[in-house]
Design a protein around this ligand. Structure first.
Ligand code: SF4
Ligand code: SF4
Length: 153
């Protein structure tokens, strides 16, 4: 479900613009308020929803399974450490979900330029760049076939 902005709530702070990985949250040059310029390209990551201090961003359900009349409201409450979702169906039924905020501390993620330049040899390895360190795991499982597996094939 892509997002949209309630322009009357938005104060144009730009947090959603900064955090959007798809670069589709823009500040409208005339109204100085945020707008999702290309909902089709929305990752539906909801980073913008959770980052918005004004709770000005909501999720828009797809018309096939969430036709007109439904609503999805998201509330991020820093003081409680929670993100709450209130989903209202067309028949009036409501579902509420509450999750803990698990935001990674700003500036705590190592930037790609802080890693060593990959060697030629590393291109032959199964790990992608910065793995396994960036995944916070000691190592990936070994996917190479053992001799006994190969015999069984
Ligand atoms: Fe960008 Fe994610 Fe918000 Fe979509 S949900 S507009 S991809 S931050
Ligand atoms: Fe507007 Fe919220 Fe985006 Fe700030 S984060 S520009 S208040 S929609």
């Amino acid at each position: 479900m892509p997002t949209f902005v309630y322009m009357t709530r938005c104060d144009g702070c730009g947090h959603c613009v900064d955090i959007c990985p798809s670069d589709i949250m823009h500040i409208d040059p005339t109204y100085r308020r945020a707008v999702n310029i290309e909902p089709n390209m929305c990752w539906e990551c909801y980073s913008c929803v959770k980052a918005c201090p004004q709770n000005a961003i909501d999720a828009r359900g797809y018309a096939d399974f969430a036709p007109l009349g439904h609503s999805v409201r998201v509330l991020r409450e820093e003081s409680k450490g929670t993100v709450s979702w209130k989903v209202k169906f067309r028949n009036g039924e409501e579902k509420n979900f509450v999750s803990p905020i698990r935001t990674t501390e700003w500036g705590s993620i190592k930037s790609p330029s802080e890693y060593d330049v990959p060697s030629e040899e590393s291109f032959k390895e199964q790990e992608l760049a910065h793995e396994p360190e960036a995944l916070n795991i000691p190592g990936l499982p070994d996917l190479t076939l053992k001799a006994s597996d190969q015999e069984a094939q």
